[in-house]
Ligand binder design. Structure first.
Ligand SMILES: Nc1ncnc2c1ncn2[C@@H]1O[C@H](COP(=O)(O)OS(=O)(=O)O)[C@@H](OP(=O)(O)O)[C@H]1O
Ligand SMILES: Nc1ncnc2c1ncn2[C@@H]1O[C@H](COP(=O)(O)OP(=O)(O)O)[C@@H](O)[C@H]1O
Length: 207
C-alpha cells in the first residue's frame, strides 16, 4: 500500500486573511525572483545586494540560497540529476509560499535544467516569476572559483560538477539577463539595480 495520503481525503483549507491583505500591509506585491547560473556566476552576490537594496527601500524580501538550503531542508539531496530536480521542485514550492505571504522571494540556485525552472514558473500567477540569468562565461566563473570547487572538479575530485562534466541549460525566456559589457561584469550594485528597476516598472514595489 502507498505511504502517500489518498488525495480524495485531503482538502484545501481557506482562511479569511488572503494574499491581497498581506500585500496591503506590506505595500508591495509578492513574487519570486529566480536567479540561475553557473557556480561562481554571482548568484549569491546579486541575491544579497538585491536583498539589502530592497530592505533599504522598506520592502520585505527573503533569500532562498541553494547552498544554504542544502544544509537543512535539502540536506538529503545529492547533485545527481534526479536530486537536482527534487531540489528545485522543493525550493519552487517554498518560494511560492513566500510569494503568497507577500514577500519578494529571491531564490538563488544553479537550477541547471530549463524544464525544472519552467515548472517553478508554472506554480505562480502570470508575471510573478522573474527569471534572472547570470550569463557569465565559464572561464570567468572558473577563474573566480572562490570555493576551489572548479579546481577539484578539473582534478576529477568532484564528479558531475555543473559546467565541467554536468550540463547547464541557459534560459530561453528569462525576464532579466546579467552579462558582461565589453568584457567587464557590472558591479553588484548595477546588477541589483537592473532587478530593482524591473520590479519597480512591473509594479511589485507597491501594493
Ligand atoms: N557537483 C556540483 N555541481 C554544482 N555545484 C556543486 C556541486 N557540488 C557542490 N556544489 C556546490 O553546491 C552549490 C549549488 O547548489 P544548488 O542547490 O544551487 O544546485 S542545483 O540547483 O541543485 O544544481 C554550489 O554553490 P554556488 O557556487 O553558490 O552555485 C556549489 O558550491
Ligand atoms: N559583479 C561582480 N563583479 C565582480 N566579482 C563578482 C561579481 N559578482 C560576484 N563576484 C565574485 O564572484 C565570486 C562568485 O560569486 P557568488 O555570488 O558566490 O557566485 P555564485 O553564488 O553564483 O556561486 C565571488 O568571489 C564574488 O565576490
Amino acid at each position: 500500500m502507498s505511504s502517500l495520503g489518498n488525495p480524495a481525503n485531503i482538502f484545501w483549507q481557506e482562511c479569511s486573511v488572503g494574499k491581497s491583505d498581506r500585500q496591503k500591509l506590506l505595500n508591495q506585491k509578492g513574487c519570486v525572483v529566480w536567479i540561475t547560473g553557473l557556480s561562481g556566476s554571482g548568484k549569491s552576490t546579486l541575491a544579497c545586494t538585491l536583498d539589502r537594496e530592497l530592505h533599504s527601500r522598506g520592502k520585505l524580501s527573503y533569500i532562498l540560497d541553494g547552498d544554504n538550503l542544502r544544509h537543512g531542508l535539502n540536506k538529503d539531496l545529492s547533485f545527481k540529476a534526479e536530486d537536482r530536480v527534487e531540489n528545485i521542485r522543493r525550493v519552487g514550492e517554498v518560494a511560492k509560499l513566500f510569494a503568497d505571504a507577500g514577500l519578494i522571494c529571491i531564490a538563488s540556485l544553479i537550477s541547471p535544467y530549463g524544464k525544472d525552472r519552467d515548472s517553478c514558473r508554472a506554480l505562480l500567477p502570470n508575471k510573478n516569476f522573474i527569471e534572472v540569468y547570470m550569463n557569465m562565461p565559464l572561464e570567468v566563473c572558473e577563474a573566480r572559483d572562490p570555493k576551489g570547487l572548479y579546481k577539484l572538479a578539473r582534478a576529477g575530485k568532484i564528479k558531475g560538477f555543473t559546467g565541467i562534466d554536468d550540463p547547464y541549460e541557459p534560459p530561453l525566456n528569462c525576464e532579466i539577463e546579467i552579462k558582461q559589457e565589453n568584457g567587464i561584469c557590472p558591479p553588484p550594485s548595477a546588477m541589483a539595480g537592473q532587478v530593482v528597476s524591473y520590479l519597480n516598472v512591473q509594479g511589485f514595489l507597491h501594493e
